[in-house]
Design a protein around this ligand. Sequence first.
Ligand code: GTQ
Ligand code: FE2
Length: 357
Amino acid sequence: MATDVSIDRELEQFYKELEQHDLQPLWTQAKDLMSKHPKPDAVPWLWRWETLRRLAARGGELVGIERGGERRVLSLSNPGLHGKPYATPTLWGAVQYLNAHETAPAHRHTAAAIRFVLEGDGVWTTVNGDACDMHPGDLVLTPAWTWHDHCNDGDKTMIWFDGLDLPLVNALDAIFYENYPDLNQRVQGEHNRSARNFGGPGLLPAGERPAEPFSPLWVYRWEDSDRALAALLRERGGPMVSIEFVDPTRGVSALPTFDCQLHRIAAGGRTKPVRRTGSAILVVYRGHGSSVLNGQRFDWSQGDMIVVPSWTAVEHQAAEETDIFAVSDTPMLRALHLFREETLDAAQNVTSTFEPR
Ligand code: GTQ
Ligand code: FE2
């Protein structure tokens, strides 16, 4: 009969042999691989507008925009994600900065993107030949594999938030990228064609449905969002109302992999803590207040950007009427039947306050 010592030695040898043959036992790591609930590497985090704006503008002084580099973009790099330039495991968040009379070259990729304008005027993004004018509070889509370039025809610098599904597309090893043959696309016809065709309030060209698998509407105006939020808040009351940007022909999220929403929180409004599977990036468009994420308090004001990792309880309190733009990977989790949402009964105990760098 084998002694304990010899069994230990045989086990040790066994594990070594497994490793040599590129095999791993489940039984030593089952609890890590299948935890009772999500335990994201990404951490709740906040980037101050003052810092984002200052460093983006410094980039504008020091770095040009050329083919190859393509964009003057600073990505939100979540400190929990091992130095990757990703805000969450599925979402890219960034600020993009254009000097007056600067353009960023045309290209396309299988990662889908949105722009939410924070400051400036006079820029348009050309999407498959359609020049989409950009003003503060507007949302512009560049769906997967559409050609896009950004052109600042004005005298002001411009800065906007970029949201992409790039981390997801890379995790799926499904990224493709191409430069447009010329530096910029030629603009076809008048600007904002997608909005003239599909931007009516519930009014679409009869009998026409887009052949492409993405929303035919590429620009959503702040005036329309603002009006919808005001009407909803009047109709339903606080503490918070939310609108989702949808494909008007299908009634689903404007992009298949992530959704775009605007939340309006009434002055003094306080939301109940909610946790969801999947991650989100919040951009404070207007107002100030604070949020509690898993017991940690985050104070925020206009332009600040906040990451909410999966299954993180989040509640908001607005000191004045506040608008928060948000992207989240909810549509994908829903499609895969992985979406869960829980509203907690009691407010969280605040155990620490986040200190931004
Ligand atoms: O504007 O085309 O933030 O291709 C990252 C990748 C922006 C863009 C980003 C991009 C773009
Ligand atoms: Fe791009």
